[in-house]
Unconditional design. Sequence first.
Length: 204
Amino acid sequence: MARIAAIERKSKETHIKAKLNIDGRGDRCEIKTGIGFLDHMIELFAFHGLFDLELEVVKSDTQIDIHHTNEDIAIVLGKAFKQALGDKAGIRRYGCAGAPMEATAARAIIDICGRGYFKLNVEEDKLTNNGEKQEYSLSYLEHFMESFAHNTGMTLSVTLQNVSDDIHTNVEAVFKAVGLALDQATQVDPRREGIVPSTKGIID
Ligand SMILES: [Mn+2]
């Protein structure tokens, strides 16, 4: 069965559409968020996760700032993964992957357990200050991944080591690591055919 999803979400702040194929190739993506930086990061995530993803922000309120759009994109992306995964029968459920970029290294650990939880492990002062005067920030990254994890129904732990002064480097390493780990976690293990990977028998 195809593991695909189509999501459309409209609020008074944003209107976002997404189409996802979990079993894709990663090179058939069209990401149009209106935020160039985020287009680049989501494309990297999809490419390295081998996901085919179309994402379009039809309407946004970026005249205020990117807060709502950043969050709502992550909500839609999370809902798309949740829908495409269905009852989660047969999946590996866990994933752990890392991606370095220059001195910086990001590691992502995932459990698609139905419980949305996100933790970014980074030095506190870096979280507060990194990217302060730039388009994006570690706080925006944290908010994005938190919304993504909650809406996918996964526990996501990200550790960022040797935080760079360049926000691009930090965020890129994280998006790649999350893509790689989510690819692992969503893969079907043939030994587990038809079995929901939980001793509870279900994953919400
Ligand atoms: Mn880049």
